[in-house]
Design a protein around this ligand. Sequence first.
Ligand SMILES: Cc1cc2nc3c(=O)[nH]c(=O)nc-3n(C[C@H](O)[C@H](O)[C@H](O)COP(=O)(O)O)c2cc1C
Length: 331
Amino acid sequence: MGGVLLDSKLVLAPMAGIADSSFRLICKEKGASLAYTEMVSADGLVRGNDRTMALLSFSEAERPLAVQLFGSDPRTMAAAAKRAAALSPDLIDLNFGCPARKVVGRQAGCALLNNLALLRQIASAVVSSVSVPVTAKIRSGWDPRSVNAGRVSQMLQDCGVKAVAVHARSRAEKFGGRADWGVIARVKSSVDIPVIGNGDVTGPEDAARMLEETGCDAVMIGRGALGNPWVFSRSRHFLSTGELLPLPSTSERLEQLLRHMALVRQKSDSEHLVVAMRKHVGWYTKGLPGSSKLRQKANRAVSWSQMRQLVMDFADSLGEAERLKGVGDAA
Ligand SMILES: Cc1cc2nc3c(=O)[nH]c(=O)nc-3n(C[C@H](O)[C@H](O)[C@H](O)COP(=O)(O)O)c2cc1C
């Protein structure tokens, strides 16, 4: 992708409120070959808004990393891209797929799939303003009757965009139903730039099937990685050997959760981040005996010590506490 090489065909999806620096690092360690920042508002970036700037923080170990921008004004997007480029990300990605009302209502994200003249202006303005390779992430179209991912991808390629990620659902479908991977195959056959397929990959066999059925160059995984960064190591192993590794044990899951908590804390000790950790606690422990009780308690936890104690008590109830003593303590 514009000179950026990936060492596997597995990519972590951008996820606002979830795929922060800590989660990206964990997924990278497990074998994701590319990660994206959470979507960053071009307006906020140009204004130097504190919360926006915090989204741009990343560590070297997360490379290759794409900074993802959203917005609707070509000049602002270009100015934001220049600011982002000053941080030396490997890629700058343009969000043309967010379905959220507050984004679409501002003519950004997915709304641009309905306004190709403006989408073209944005892509051209950004590509010509930075030397960092520019990529884009799109949906299949606005609604099932206006699927235009192939045409949009060709247009993006003509603008100098170096790769396109396709979430094979329209805006109208949000996250419901099944992604239509046929759209990814059609995009792949309409452009020369690499195509990253996305939508409903939750395990190694899905990843292999998407690659085979669509011919896409890489597979992007979002929700399938929640509480399950092993989706990358297991998929990587499956793609290279055909062998399906077992799912992680209870002990591995709890250890990873404690390490995840420690990593978040290492970056900022703010108790505020405990709130963001609650959902990860639920995902890492999903399906384990007593996990719904833990989730209820975790949803009320307001301090790191409280959260750690809850997880250790839970581990104790499963006979895992002894083995996990000291894990994540260093932070
Ligand atoms: C909580 C959440 C936040 C998301 N945030 C972003 C985002 O910031 N930028 C983006 O392009 N897509 C975002 N997405 C969409 C994902 O990148 C991905 O396209 C979608 O989840 C489908 O892939 P999956 O089936 O593997 O989850 C988000 C999805 C979720 C569930």
